[in-house]
Design a protein. Structure first.
Length: 483
């Protein structure tokens, strides 16, 4: 019998080491294309009472995607004529639906428009057209907030409604490198901040929003009362845990460290994440006005730029609370845009532990999103598509003796192997590469016999995963392919 591939042995060693150390076991990710024919997607959102996905395109459009993956031909919203997207980090960047969207049709966007030296960030409200769930009214724009941008990068753009009903908007530090204006630490500037608005309450001064009384700087002279958190560089995707209300921020680093932050107490007083004084847990530009590192809100996870286990530009995701992939439940998922690495972060006691999927990578992930059922998707910017996230575990491949639910014979296999299922259903059966995470063979089970036949001839020798999608659950198995 031939030996397992070095890759499979390394993966098994990683699992054993993680288990021995008491760390969460790694999961095996895969992505399945859900919708194509999109143009530079940068955000994915779902609306209360609507089972479809709303995909934000950087050039200024929001597209509707049905649960079956069909992209409606007419954009839900098209404001491309107002959007400045010439810079690599400019454009229509964020979308959030009002909690009462089903009744009032309100939603909020973050985009850069013309004006100033490098455009202006605009946070605006739009409304769905009366009588149709498929289109919004471009003429319904109500501008809530504007910020002039000094440079074309680091615009942030993430938008969410929190469990408190307030709108949270994350803005980058204004760009260039090392925050030359020290804007992230300047409490009189909206740049390098997370702002919080009460969109359901106007003010006596005529502003189209109110200031939540628990915003931490409401009574600080010279500080913008809209500020909820500060000291971020370029928060590229933030999210709320739908079960706990924790707010997660993935912050893109300068030249050494990428970081993830969590705010557990939505009212707390000190949400200074330290940039430009600190990059992650490490000294950065510094200066006489910098607080001590221990006086900042330190990241719960970071990775560096120096090796293949890290990356160069983090894309934040979500804590998974769906039902299809139990191995992900309670784990925060994020990825690196450049290296393609995927991580899950799990809270253990008072600490957070990050685990990288040592097998699967996919570059160009610009955003994560959830559908109305809590299932996870990613936007793939350069591939102009969105894909569904799946993750099995703890290793992604469960031996049949332990599972007692599926058999693969012969195993090892060099020609054709038989997959026996516990149910006589026409379930899709897939062979998954552990090198790329991609499906390399796909067949259907025969209902009468509860069996499927997989032809592994022509595949490179190594360890593969067999995955069967039965109604309400997914079964996995390991198979060794020999020459």
């Amino acid at each position: 019998m031939r030996h397992f591939s070095r890759l499979a042995l390394a993966f098994s060693a990683l699992l054993s080491a993680a288990t021995a150390a008491g760390q969460p076991a790694p999961v095996l990710f895969s992505l399945n294309t859900h919708a194509t024919n999109l143009t530079r997607p940068v955000d994915i959102a779902s609306a209360p009472g609507d089972g479809r996905l709303f995909v934000v395109e950087k050039d200024g459009r929001i597209r509707l995607v049905t649960p079956a993956g069909a992209v409606l031909p007419t954009a839900f919203l098209d404001i491309s004529g107002r959007v400045q997207s010439t810079g690599s980090e400019q454009g229509l960047l964020g979308l959030a639906f009002h909690p009462n969207y089903a009744a009032n049709g309100y939603f909020y966007v973050n985009y850069t428009t013309t004006g100033g030296s490098s455009g202006t960030t605009r946070i605006s409200r739009f409304q769905r057209l009366a009588g149709t769930p498929d289109q919004a009214d471009p003429a319904s724009e109500l501008i809530l907030y504007t910020v002039a941008q000094p440079f074309a990068n680091h615009n942030g753009g993430s938008m969410q409604f929190g469990p408190d009903g307030y709108l949270y908007a994350a803005l980058g530090d204004g760009g260039d490198g090392n925050d030359p204006g020290n804007r992230a630490q300047n409490l009189a500037s909206a740049l390098g901040k997370v702002l919080r608005f009460d969109v359901d309450a106007g003010t006596p001064g005529g502003l189209p929003y109110g200031i939540p009384p628990t915003n931490p700087l409401v009574n600080t002279p010279g500080a913008l009362p809209e500020i909820w958190a500060w000291g971020v560089r370029n928060p590229w995707r933030c999210s709320f845990d739908t079960a706990t209300g924790d707010y997660w921020i993935a912050d893109v680093g300068q030249s050494a460290w990428e970081e993830v932050n969590v705010i557990v107490d939505s009212a707390g007083a000190n949400h200074n994440f330290g940039w430009r004084c600190y990059e992650g847990n490490h000294a950065a530009v510094g200066g006489a006005s910098c607080p001590a590192l221990t006086d900042t809100h330190q990241p719960i996870f970071e990775y560096d730029h120096t090796n293949a286990n890290g990356g160069f530009s983090i894309t934040g995701g979500y804590v998974y609370r769906g039902t299809q992939w139990p191995a992900l439940t309670g784990r925060y998922v994020c990825a690196d845009y450049v290296s393609g690495n995927f991580w899950t972060i799990t809270k253990q006691g008072n600490a957070y532990v990050g685990v990288r999927d040592s097998v699967f990578t996919r570059t160009g992930i610009s955003a994560f999103g959830l559908d109305s059922a809590g299932e996870m998707y990613v936007a793939e910017l350069s591939r102009n598509r969105i894909s569904r996230v799946s993750a099995t575990g703890p290793t992604g491949l469960v031996p049949s003796a332990a599972a007692g639910r599926m058999r693969v014979t012969p195993n090892p296999a060099s020609g054709v192997c038989r997959v026996e299922l516990p149910e006589a259903v026409a379930a899709p059966v897939e062979l998954v590469s552990l090198v790329t995470g991609q499906v390399v063979r796909r067949v259907g089970a025969v209902p009468a016999t509860a069996e499927a036949t997989l032809d592994v001839r022509g595949l490179a020798a190594g360890v593969y995963g067999v995955r069967a999608h039965l109604p309400g659950r997914t079964l996995t198995h390991r198979v060794v392919v020999t020459d």
